[in-house]
Design a protein around this ligand. Structure first.
Ligand code: MF3
Ligand code: CO
Ligand code: CO
Length: 254
């Protein structure tokens, strides 16, 4: 399948949906405290998204039954919200994808639960920097895989590993469109970026080994194989004539 070049109307639709996904993450901030269950956060996010006239894209997606993915500590991604109570010192990722007027916006970020260790904070900071290293490669005429090349360079420089079993993806009129956006890749390979493309960059960076294992009970929650911490940040990115616009970067906080 080809990479869609979005029309002006589609871009406007994705922009609005992306803004709502971002404001959902902002809304959640005040609730991220020791003692709250991840299932409670999921409910708060769902209410917020629906009260703004949108639906959570994950709900019903390939049998997934929740409105967010919530991934604490060693969970890499696709953490199924449950009765786990966040604890002081946890790091936790919340990932929200909205459908507003048929358009998709997708974003995730890390939160600290109370005060976290320097070790955990550094992983989150470097992961955020990895996202930005990828975004710097977003301009017309550049090779798609330079995103992943530069993300991996930065992660490895700090002694971290890059998850390769989950990728970024085209997004906008569907949840997951072409292309796959690898977060570790060879320099100057892959298709050339063009204005009007929209895709996510969502690096998952591990403190230990890169490999993921999916929980056999819930079929979704992906954890590190060594139990070490993992972090992730995600923006929905539009390629413009001159570079990029991060459609989910509404607050400038990551
Ligand atoms: N939002 C995730 C992403 O960034 C996808 C979650 S799919 C789910 O691609 F089914 F696990 F929710
Ligand atoms: Co995504
Ligand atoms: Co996402």
């Amino acid at each position: 399948m080809a990479i869609l070049i979005k029309t002006a109307a589609q871009i406007e639709g994705v922009r609005k949906s992306s803004k709502l996904a971002a404001s959902t993450l902002k809304h959640l901030e005040q609730f991220i405290k020791p003692g709250i269950k991840t299932i409670e956060l999921d409910r708060i996010a769902e209410d917020y998204v629906r009260s703004h006239g949108a639906t959570p894209a994950t709900n019903g997606y390939k049998g997934y039954k929740h409105s967010t993915c919530i991934s604490p500590n060693d969970v890499i991604c696709h953490g199924v919200p449950n009765d786990y109570e966040l604890q002081h010192g946890d790091i936790v990722n919340v990932d929200v994808t909205t459908i507003l007027d048929g358009y998709f916006g997708d974003t995730c970020r890390m939160y600290n639960v109370g005060e976290v260790s320097e070790y955990a904070q550094k992983l989150c900071d470097i992961t955020k920097e990895c996202l930005h290293k990828g975004m710097e490669q977003c301009f017309p005429g550049n090779h798609l895989n330079n995103i992943g090349y530069h993300i991996a360079q930065h992660a490895h420089k700090h002694g971290y590993s890059v998850v390769y079993e989950f990728c970024g993806h085209g997004v906008g009129v569907k949840f997951h469109e072409d292309p796959e956006v690898a977060h570790i890749a060879d320099k100057n390979t892959g298709p050339l970026l063009k204005p009007g493309m929209i895709f996510t960059i969502e690096p998952m960076i591990n403190a230990g080994k890169a490999r993921a294992k999916v929980d056999r009970k819930d079929g979704w929650t992906a954890r590190t194989i060594d139990g070490k911490l993992s972090a992730q940040y995600e923006h929905t990115i539009l390629i413009t004539e001159t570079g990029f616009e991060a459609l989910t970067d509404v607050y400038g906080d990551f």
